[in-house]
Design a binder for this molecule. Structure first.
Ligand code: F6R
Length: 260
């Protein structure tokens, strides 16, 4: 795990966008893994700006979303298919048919989940997966207790997550109870994962998954097993880390050729 502590969201957005840009220049048909929620928004803003300004090209790329609510009709403004489209993919030149989201409205959810995994595999797997982390340590919607071997499947949200996400809905009652999410086993297969956490409310979670034991009670801790996991934090999210000074020193002295 590489922990990088930056001043704020703008710097985080730029550094994560550098990694995506380097990937696309090396591999124009790269497969990107996209997260929703607030954490990745500065990355999407920066990538949209680079597309507009420098012609950063997404025309051969594919993208897979991490998760989707179950029970929202197609086209619901808070469905992650719509959120991803609005916040990111409509702002760059990725082909709409190359943007994939789990189908939370499928009649046969297990079959739709298997098809999603098959599609990801047939395109060679995810090259770079963007992640946020829930205050309960979830990545994707792998809530506490999720199997480390899990694949894309239906999950129940815990109340803390529903409350955290209520800000996007007219009321808490409208936040779905169920979701379809890539599993922890699925996420672990991405070749590079870049997790972003900002704000003081994430500080205890960050301390737990970066420096605590690997445990299903804190799903993100499985990233300690990932061979290429980059954790981008602002000062507030990093404020409870024991080894913050060591991470800063390491990053400040990192050879430039290594990139992220
Ligand atoms: C979203 C997702 C979630 C969020 C997490 C943090 O697709 O998979 O794991 O990344 O809930 O959300 P924010 O960034 O809004 O704090």
């Amino acid at each position: 795990m590489e922990v990088v502590i930056l001043q704020g969201s703008k710097q985080i957005g730029q550094l994560a966008a550098d990694a995506v840009e380097a990937l696309l220049r090396r591999k124009p048909d790269a497969v990107l893994g996209l997260a929703t929620g607030s954490s990745p928004l500065p990355v999407y803003d920066e990538l949209a700006a680079r597309h507009e300004r420098d012609g950063l090209d997404f025309s051969a790329a594919h993208a897979f979303a991490l998760d989707e609510y179950v029970g929202l009709e197609h086209g619901h403004p808070e469905s992650y298919r719509e959120v991803i489209r609005r916040e990111f993919t409509d702002r760059v030149n990725i082909l709409p048919e190359n943007v994939h989201t789990p189908d939370g409205a499928a009649e046969d959810l297990p079959a739709a989940c298997r098809a999603y995994e098959d599609q990801m595999r047939s395109l060679g797997g995810v090259d770079l997966q963007l992640l946020g982390v829930g205050t309960d340590g979830h990545i994707g919607f792998n809530e506490p207790g999720s199997s480390f071997a899990s694949r894309t499947r239906i999950k129940s949200l815990i109340e803390q997550t529903r409350r955290d996400n209520a800000r996007f809905f007219p009321s808490l009652a409208e936040v779905p109870h169920h979701v379809v999410t890539q599993g922890l086993g699925t996420i672990l297969e991405a070749r590079h994962v870049v997790l972003i956490a900002t704000g003081a409310q994430k500080a205890p979670t960050v301390r737990d998954f970066v420096e605590g034991p690997v445990s299903a009670i804190c799903a993100a801790s499985i990233l300690q097993f990932h061979p290429h996991a980059t954790i981008l934090l602002d000062e507030a999210a990093a404020s409870s880390l024991k080894l913050a000074d060591f991470y800063r020193h390491t990053y400040d002295n990192k050879p430039a050729w290594q990139g992220l």
